[in-house]
Design a protein around this ligand. Structure first.
Ligand code: GRF
Length: 192
């Protein structure tokens, strides 16, 4: 049976596009929907270019959750992937997609996570703390930001002359390489 994925993204959407492209030739997985909480998200443009249905929902809808859950269910979404999504997930969606919704964070959680820790702020914090390594964490979503059960972590070096930008690009490379593969692995274990 084909699993339909939804991707939630608030910004650039490079991970969203990478995931769409990874599964384009898959007989088992179809990215069916891209949702955002930001009208300005470049992820919307990427979705249109890729021919993936997409929708923007304003803050009130993300606070309530029911209309979004209805849409997910009408697309028979079996698994939800957050990729740079910055709004809080409503409880009604968390419950409906328990252990079927994951997030990626651009650091080695629990380090440099929590509310307000996103984008370059994370990399700035890593550099400020003098960490010798950073990386990515893929985890289940929960009511608390960045605190859900960890599924996988991948590491990279922090170089002495790194800026937030150079570190971000090393971390992004890990995201592009591993996020789709982890999704694929989780989906195949769900099917068994
Ligand atoms: C990624 O670094 C991801 O880990 C974080 O937000 C960033 C999104 O980048 N949650 P993009 O929008 O996929 O380019």
């Amino acid at each position: 049976m084909i699993t339909s994925l939804a991707i939630l993204a608030s910004g650039n959407g490079s991970n969203a596009e990478n995931i769409v492209r990874f599964f384009m030739s898959s007989p088992d997985v179809n990215v069916s929907l891209i949702l955002t909480n930001s009208q300005k998200a470049f992820a919307l443009q990427r979705a249109r270019n890729l021919g993936i249905p997409c929708a923007y929902f304003s803050k009130e809808f993300w606070q309530d959750g029911h209309a979004i859950l209805n849409l997910l269910q009408s697309y028979q979404i079996g698994f939800v992937v957050l990729a740079g999504f910055l709004a809080k997930i409503p409880d009604v969606i968390l419950q409906a997609y328990h252990h079927r919704m994951i997030n990626i964070h651009p650091s080695l959680l629990p380090l440099h996570g929590g509310k307000g820790m996103y984008g370059d702020r994370v990399h700035e914090d890593v550099l400020r703390c003098g960490d010798k390594e950073s990386g990515i964490t893929i985890h289940y979503t929960s009511e608390v930001y960045d605190a859900g059960q960890i599924i996988a972590q991948y590491r990279c070096e922090v170089k002495p002359d790194d800026t937030p930008e150079t570190l971000a690009s090393r971390v992004h490379a890990l995201e592009y390489e591993y996020y789709p593969r982890v999704i694929e692995r989780l989906l195949s274990s769900l099917e068994k």
